[in-house]
Structures are given as structure tokens and as C-alpha cells.
Design a protein around this ligand. Structure first.
Ligand code: C5P
Length: 411
């Protein structure tokens, strides 16, 4: 989802950093629009770092791209947190003297406000009249809650905690999205069916232990969300992913999530989904080996150091390439450790030749890069090892670059 987070001038702005981070972690594209006063509390650098997008308060930046209107018209959801009494008054009157005001007038998306102010200001007749006017216009008001306020006072006026704002906003947009997006599947992937795998498989050793890997599932989920937002019908076969990563996909009207655990289950899920898919993307980190005989009871220390007899798992990607239907595009991923760019490219080329996928997305991984993070750095090559594109940035940005390459490849 394309989410605009408006931040206005209250101390609770620091909590909105967590809200933005949670939205980004859950795979949403987030654009923060602070007011001038908001920047006194939390600076543009912080908003840019957490949202991974440039931040401005002015309607005069990026005029050629009509940014002031584009943000509002692109938004699927607008959240204002914290919303000061002044901002609520400006919203009620439709004043558009900064980027946030213009964005609010330009948007047709659901708008959620989380007011934060001193109790006296909240209870003032003017604020209450503004809130009533906004509610009548369909704006969703979350909070404020009762509690300690800055300056030692207590009472209603405290901003609702970020987690609660997030779940309320997602619930509200869920209702809106299901009503609107279902009917209007437009986008450059509309009409296509795609199958994406994500996460890491777990191969059991005994009832309590497994062989696994550090995949968070973020890149595959970002690919599924990007495809669905661009109009495709998506089956997302998800092995184990980090908490919260699948949330946005589970709510998307054009994504069906199938949960699996082992490589064998993932193979079954992907083979089934690939039979209907125009594009197949294998992002999941599949364990190359499994234990030949899973112990029916817990291996115990008293029985000595166990030795695990491993057998290879099937190469699912190779199987999908071999059974590719005419016109179907199969995309593989290659997460490689490499000490230089040249070594990375060379390893990618060898894998491209071995796997035979139409496109291979190569990314470097290490102890501290590739897995688990929210960013990625990739190059896309064809089966001959020719580099077609490079991309870096958020996993969503990378996902969009992969879909661009898929579209360029389609007849
Ligand atoms: O062989 P390697 O694991 O490096 O290849 C990575 C690519 O192959 C990824 O697209 C991954 O999803 C896929 N893969 C697979 N089955 C395996 C191992 C990897 O489909 N057993």
C-alpha cells in the first residue's frame, strides 16, 4: 500500500517514527509529510531514514512531478499522527498552505487522524466542532487517550500508541481496499497470475529442532505486494517469515497466502501455483539438505553427540524451469557471498547457466547484509549471464525493478 504519514507539531512526533518503521517493515511504501512545526520535534533526516523516501514540507519542490498533488492521488491511506488542534482546524477548513494541507485536499484515500494535545485544547468547543466536522466528512479519529501529558498534567489528549494507530488504520484501509481495489485491478501487471515463494524452509531433525536459515521473507513478500499493487493475482507460498512481515500480504485482496514449512511442502505449493501462473518467482531460501530420517522423539544429550545423515532436497527452481509452460517466465534468486563485485557477477553467471531461469536476481549476502534487513542491492541477469538491470534501495524498490524486468521480457 502507498501510505502517506502526515506529522504535525507535537512532542508525540517521536512515537510516529515507530509507526513509520512498522509500516515499512510490513512492506508498505511510506511517504512522510511533516509540517514545518513537526520538524522542530523530529528532523527530516530521521523521517527520510525510516521511510526511505525524500521528505519535504513545501509544495514548491518537485514541481515538475506535481508532487503536491501526486502524493494525495497516489495514497491508499493517509495517517496524521500526531494531529494537533491547529492541524485539525486547518483540515476542517480545507486550508492548504503547505504540502500536508494540499495532500489532504488531493486525496480520495481513507484519512486517519490521531489527535494529541493538552486536555483543555482537546475539550475546547472549537476543537470538538472541528472533530465533528471531520467525522461527518468520513475522517477516522483514533484517540486521544487519557493519560499523563507533557508538562505534568494528565487527562484526555495523549496520542494513541503507534501499534494501536497502526492496527486501526490498517483495519480502516482494509475495508476501503476490499471495496475499491477489488473492482479496479488496473496496473501494468493486471490480467497476470503470478506465483511467488518467500521465507526460509525448516527441515525437522526431531520434534523440537530443525535445520533452517536466516531468511526474513521480506523480499519475497515485497515482490508479492508490488505485483498485486500493479494488478496481478498473486499466490504467495510462504515458508517461515519474521513476525509481521506477512501482515500486508494477508490483507491484500489479490494475494492468496499458502503457508508451508519444509522444502517438500514448498515444492508442492509452488508446483501447484505454477500450473496456473504466467510468472513464477522463487525467492524462498530453500534448505539444500534434509535429515534422512527424522527422529520421532527428542534427541537426548545422554545418548551422545548425534550425527545427522543429510540427503539433498530437490532443486525446486530447476524443476519449475524444466516444466515451464510456453510463455511462462521463471525468475530465480541467487544470494551469494562474494568479496568483490566481479566475484559476485561471476558466481551469478555460473548459477544462471546452471539454473536456466529466464531471469536470475543476484544479491550479495553476508553476516550483516541481504538477509533480515529492509534494504537490498541486486543485479538482474538473463540465462546467458547478461546483466539487464541493477537496483538498490528498499526491498519494495527492488521488487518493482524485478517486475519491470519481467515486463520487458514478456512477448
Ligand atoms: O542453488 P541456490 O540455493 O543458490 O539457488 C537459489 C535459487 O534456487 C533460489 O531461487 C531458490 O529459491 C532456489 N532453490 C530451489 N530449491 C532448492 C534450493 C534453492 O528452488 N533446493
Amino acid at each position: 500500500m502507498f501510505v502517506v504519514v502526515g506529522v504535525t507539531g507535537g512532542i508525540a512526533a517521536y512515537k510516529t517514527v515507530h509507526l513509520v518503521r512498522a509500516l515499512v517493515t510490513n512492506g508498505h511504501e511510506v511517504h512522510v509529510v511533516p509540517t514545518e512545526n513537526a520538524l522542530r520535534f523530529v528532523g527530516a533526516t530521521t523521517w527520510e531514514a525510516v521511510s526511505r523516501h525524500p521528505v519535504t514540507t513545501s509544495v514548491h519542490d518537485d514541481v515538475s512531478e506535481v508532487r503536491h498533488v501526486a502524493l494525495g492521488t497516489s495514497a491508499d491511506l493517509v495517517i496524521i499522527a500526531p494531529a494537533t488542534a491547529n492541524t485539525l482546524a486547518k483540515m476542517a477548513a480545507g486550508i492548504a498552505d503547505d504540502l500536508l494541507g494540499v495532500t489532504l485536499l488531493a486525496t480520495a484515500a481513507p484519512v486517519v487522524v490521531a489527535p494529541a494535545m493538552h486536555t483543555a485544547m482537546w475539550e475546547h468547543a472549537a476543537t470538538q466542532a472541528n472533530i465533528a466536522a471531520l467525522r461527518a466528512r468520513g475522517v477516522h479519529v483514533v484517540g486521544p487517550v487519557d493519560g499523563p501529558l507533557t508538562g505534568g498534567d494528565a487527562g484526555p489528549g495523549r496520542m494513541t500508541e503507534p501499534d494501536e494507530i497502526l492496527s486501526a488504520a490498517l483495519r480502516i484501509s482494509d475495508v476501503a481496499v476490499r471495496g475499491i481495489v477489488d473492482a479496479t485491478a488496473s496496473g501494468d501487471l493486471s490480467g497476470l497470475t503470478v506465483a511467488v515463494s518467500t521465507g526460509g524452509t525448516r527441515e525437522p531433525i526431531d520434534p523440537v529442532r530443525y535445520l533452517g536459515n536466516r531468511s526474513s521473507g521480506r523480499q519475497g513478500t515485497a515482490l508479492a505486494l508490488a505485483a498485486a499493487d500493479r494488478g496481478a493475482e498473486v499466490t504467495l507460498v510462504a515458508a517461515h517469515v519474521d513476525d509481521g512481515v506477512l501482515d500486508a500480504a494477508l490483507r491484500h485482496p489479490r494475494i492468496t497466502v499458502a503457508r508451508v514449512s519444509t522444502a517438500a511442502e514448498l515444492q508442492e505449493g509452488m508446483t501447484d501455483a505454477a500450473a496456473r501462473a504466467d510468472v513464477v518467482v522463487m525467492v524462498a531460501a530453500v534448505a539444500d539438505y534434509r535429515v534422512s530420517a527424522v527422529a520421532p522423539t527428542k534427541l537426548r544429550k545422554e545418548d551422545g553427540v548425534p550425527s545427522l545423515d543429510l540427503v539433498p532436497n530437490p532443486d525446486i527452481l530447476a524443476g519449475l524451469v524444466a516444466s515451464r509452460r510456453p510463455g511462462q517466465i521463471v525468475v530465480g534468486f541467487a544470494a551469494e557471498t562474494a568479496s568483490t563485485d566481479a566475484e559476485l557477477v561471476e558466481r551469478g553467471r555460473r548459477k544462471a547457466a546452471r539454473k536456466g531461469a529466464d531471469l536470475l536476481v543476484v544479491n550479495r549476502v553476508d553476516w550483516d547484509r541481504g538477509f533480515e534487513g529492509v534494504d537490498n542491492d541486486i543485479l538482474i541477469m538473463d540465462a546467458d549471464g547478461e546483466i539487464l538491470a541493477e537496483a538498490s534501495g528498499s526491498k519494495r524498490t527492488v521488487a518493482d525493478a524485478v517486475w519491470d524486468a519481467v515486463i520487458a521480457r514478456r512477448p
